[in-house]
Design a protein around this ligand. Structure first.
Ligand code: NAD
Ligand code: IPM
Ligand code: MN
Length: 348
């Protein structure tokens, strides 16, 4: 399996090193060869070369079986240009329309919601990943004056809405789940989100075993906190999905715990922790590597390496149960030591 690795910026570099360490451990435990190519793209590279990624960058990525990304974002690049090209650019150019973000609590003690246990917090969020407000269509008129007008369009296409909603239903069906909840803001966004309503109603009868529900996104945020156990599959647009998956991450113990995949089924896909580069934590060996390590497990699972992915998940669970983890979730280990524990568990 050939994997492109973009460690990126800040704690992205540190957590990626641990995910790579764990993948090496999986390779030797299961007698498999993972060929990893490290691409230097990130803020340092951009500031040095004025290039965010090379002109053939996306084509290069398409040659790999999968892509792993740490995080991108650096205070020295205030407009976040490199992150836009590398992270969002890859989502768009490789047409990775499914942002798959499982929200799974591993241990009661990690959850900030009163009395909630792993059986209450176990759902997946599918975030549309190629449209919405992220397309950066718009502009500013009379910028910098008191007459400034700023326009940022939200793009919703039938094709884009249909394929993410269908994916959510298909995922539920394939995994023996019976509940799909779609969230939009169709009471205010009466044009774009009417399309979500229409397509959801069109698809629902095609999946007779599945109970399809709808919440407005504001109510969904409230229900996620109040009664997370009611959810199995949530599907929503790009921006709302971004926001509710940081909320979901807190249920799991914080941003350091949450994993994600940017997927186009059957094509080269990209895996990354939900968190960013957390500049104030960078270089201190304190970042939690579990989100990154669990993203590597999602990568393997998507590539059909189910036993290898399960081995990582089991080692992560053991680390949590035995409190061999970083301080954000109550442990005493540094980033490297937390990664060592998980890698060693896989060897044992
Ligand atoms: P962030 O996710 O980097 O950090 C927010 C806070 O979450 C941190 O201060 C820390 O308290 C906690 N946190 C995050 N990751 C953690 C970890 N692994 N272990 C322990 N605690 C962790 O979000 P931000 O501060 O809003 O953004 C920082 C930079 O990262 C920005 O440039 C932003 O654009 C970028 N960003 C990139 C990605 C990505 O590459 N996918 C995602 C989100 C943000
Ligand atoms: C994420 C991040 C990105 C997003 C940022 C860095 C543009 O927050 O992957 O969740 O909004 O998609
Ligand atoms: Mn985000």
């Amino acid at each position: 399996m050939r994997i492109a690795v973009i460690a990126g910026d800040g704690i992205g570099k540190e957590v990626t090193a641990e995910a790579v360490k764990v993948l090496d451990a999986v390779g030797s435990a299961f007698g498999r060869r993972f060929e990893m190519e490290h691409l230097p793209w990130g803020a340092d590279h951009y500031l040095r070369s004025h290039e965010t990624l090379p002109p053939n960058g996306y084509d290069l990525l398409r040659e790999f079986d999968a892509i792993f990304i740490g995080a991108l974002g650096d205070p020295r690049v205030p407009d976040n240009r490199h992150a836009r090209d590398i992270l969002l650019g890859t989502r768009f150019e490789l047409d990775l329309y499914v942002n798959y973000r499982p929200v799974k609590l591993l241990d009661d003690r990690l959850c900030p919601l009163k009395g909630r246990t792993p059986k209450d917090v176990n759902f997946v969020v599918f975030r549309e990943n190629t449209e919405g407000v992220y397309v950066s269509i718009g502009g500013r008129f009379k910028a910098g004056t008191e007459d400034e007008i700023a326009i940022q369009e939200e793009i919703n296409t039938y094709k884009g809405v249909h394929r993410i909603l269908r994916h959510a239903f298909e995922y539920a069906k394939a995994n023996g789940l019976t509940k799909v909840c779609m969230a939009d803001k169709s009471n205010a966004m009466t044009q774009g989100h009417a399309l979500w309503q229409r397509v959801f109603k069109e698809l629902t009868p095609q999946f007779p075993g599945i109970v399809a529900t709808h919440y407005y996104i504001d109510a969904l945020a409230m229900y996620m906190v109040l009664d997370p156990g009611q959810f199995e599959v949530i599907v929503t647009n790009n921006l709302f999905g971004d926001i509710i998956t940081d909320l979901g991450a807190t249920f799991q113990g914080g941003l350091g715990m949450a994993a994600s995949g940017n997927i186009h089924p059957g094509r080269t896909s990209m895996f990354e922790p939900v968190h960013g580069s957390a500049p104030k934590f960078a270089g201190k060996n304190i970042a939690n590597p579990i989100g990154a390590i669990s993203s590597m497990a999602l990568l393997l699972e998507t590539q059909g390496a189910k036993r290898e992915a399960a081995a990582i998940d089991a080692a992560v669970l053991a680390a949590v149960k035995e409190n061999q983890v970083t301080s954000d979730i109550g442990g005493k280990l540094g980033t490297r030591e937390a990664g060592d524990f998980i890698a060693k568990r896989i060897h044992d």
